[in-house]
Design a protein around this ligand. Structure first.
Ligand code: MN
Length: 496
């Protein structure tokens, strides 16, 4: 059994016309499928069989029950037989949980030698699911359609991907983001409408003064601080010139205070800004890095949208190989040929060590901005492999998510003088097109970066959230993308 309380409900639609014999067979087949989905490692939630629905009242009752069941993160709906879809209008209209429409059938292959009318009548998802598909299209409902035999790896993986997006969405409904200080002054893209964000994503964003944090930091004893600095020494590579007891103690006290503040307040993500550090010895570096590694979302310079996104992406990625971090497009290598172009991604300090290729090195260097003491940070490089970067921006009348497929590469040369964690990647289809597309779409310099997730996870999340998605991948053509942005803008002005 899976180590999670989160559930997907497996729901089969039918009607009374078939009579008790066939309906019993439908229930038996559905139960078998639900059990196998429940056992599938590709699906990161329990899959719970629900009795076959044959009336509008039953459908409405089940949808209301799903809405009121905390651990139900979504529904998998399947029409084994024909289920007249007017029966689904009331239930689907009331449903607030995301759903996946699984277009499958119990048998994989046509039984040429034995097939008869009874078999055809019992196994008619090919048209039953089209009737259901019409009503979901007519009602303009957010949904994911997955087509394939329920035992195929592709089918299981697609359900699993969507289930992770549903888990991220479930987290988003109750997520609390703490902001220490406000926005970095005059920065535009990190701003946005927090009331609208709560309406769309569910999460709340609350501001705190740095004094609230320093008060909590002051409550830890020197012995507790020393214990954590020892953990730093035991966990990371620490050169003698960086073993500066005073700096480490300041950093450790920040981590203890931040962790306690966030945990006690039930926060899943946070922001800070180097312009609001009154009373703090350093800008939080290693503290933020280690909190991200513990699962907290983070956004620099007051960027609450990215902080929430990083937390949601971490929930979506839980248990998958590859890490997830706050990221920033920092500087480029253009090279003499287009194909050589690369991005150096980093931040002033705050990159999550879940994306470190090797044991991070603990270092103390001047920051050169903010006017505080030299902050402690973990320095490392990310392993090669596919990844995504995602940004959510507030367009004034809607939220837009921009996602780019990228390939992290091993840097051609070491960075002996760069005192921060970094990631070098090639953007798809090329930096020339990807960066232009990103800039035309208004994507931020801050992103959620993940080596665990792919475009499909982000697409499923955007669909559930009902937000605009701009995909930048190997098929992106600039002139087409620019037309899509124009059409999309027109569509949102007309209203959805
Ligand atoms: Mn930044």
């Amino acid at each position: 059994m899976k180590q999670t309380a989160k559930e997907l409900w497996f729901v089969t639609g039918s009607q009374h016309l078939y009579g008790p014999g066939p309906l019993a067979q439908v229930a038996q087949n559905s139960q078998r499928i639900a059990e196998e989905l429940d056992a599938a490692q590709a699906i990161p939630a329990r899959v719970v069989f629900k009795p076959v629905l044959t009336t509008a009242d039953e459908i409405l009752r089940l949808c209301r029950e799903a809405n009121n069941t905390d651990n139900c993160v979504g529904l998998v709906l399947w029409m084994h037989t024909f289920s007249p879809a007017k029966m689904w209008i009331a239930g689907l209209t009331a449903l607030t949980r995301p759903f996946l429409h699984l277009h499958t059938q119990f048998h994989r292959d046509l039984p040429y030698a034995t097939i008869d009318m009874d078999f055809m009548n019992l196994n008619q998802a090919a048209h039953g699911d089209r009737e259901f598909g019409f009503i979901t299209a007519r009602l303009r409902l957010a949904r994911k359609v997955v087509v394939g035999h329920w035992q195929d790896a592709d089918t299981l993986n697609e359900i699993g991907t969507w289930a992770r997006a549903a888990l991220g969405w479930h987290e988003s409904q109750t997520l609390k983001v703490a902001r220490f200080g406000d926005n970095m002054r005059n920065v535009a893209v990190t701003e946005g409408d927090k009331v609208e964000a709560q309406k769309v994503f569910g999460y709340t964003v609350s501001g705190y003064g740095i004094g609230d944090l320093t008060d909590r930091m002051a409550q830890f004893t020197d012995a507790e601080v020393t214990r954590l600095t020892q953990e730093y020494r035991d966990t990371y590579t620490l050169a003698q010139e960086h073993d500066r007891a005073d700096s480490l103690a300041v950093a450790a006290r920040i981590e203890l205070g931040l962790r306690a503040f966030l945990t006690e307040g039930g926060f899943g993500a946070f922001t800070d800004t180097f312009e609001d550090l009154h009373g703090m010895g350093q800008l939080p570096g290693i503290a933020t890095q280690r909190l991200m590694a513990s699962g907290f979302g983070f956004g620099g310079e007051g960027d609450w949208k990215t902080a929430a996104l990083v937390r949601i992406m971490k929930v979506m990625a839980e248990g998958l190989p590859g890490g997830t971090s706050f990221m920033e497009d920092y500087t480029y290598h253009f090279g003499s040929e287009t194909w050589q172009a690369r991005v150096l991604g980093s931040h002033m300090l705050e990159i999550c060590p879940t994306i470190a290729a090797d044991k991070p090195s603990l270092e103390v260097h001047p920051l050169g901005i903010g006017g505080k003491a030299d902050p402690v940070r973990l320095v490392f490089t990310s392993p090669a492999g596919p990844a995504v970067v995602a940004s959510i921006v507030d367009m004034g009348n809607r939220f837009r998510m921009i996602v780019n497929d990228i390939d992290v590469v091993v840097p051609d040369q070491p960075f002996p003088k760069l005192p921060v964690a970094r990631t070098v990647w090639e953007a798809k289809p090329s930096l020339k097109i990807a960066a232009a597309a990103w800039i035309y779409a208004g994507g931020a310099h801050h992103t959620g970066f993940s080596q665990a997730l792919t475009m499909e996870y982000m697409e499923d999340f955007a669909e559930i959230a009902g937000i605009e998605l701009v995909r930048i991948d190997e098929n992106t053509r600039l002139e087409q993308l620019r037309r899509e942005l124009l059409w999309s803008d027109a569509a949102y002005r007309i209203g959805r």
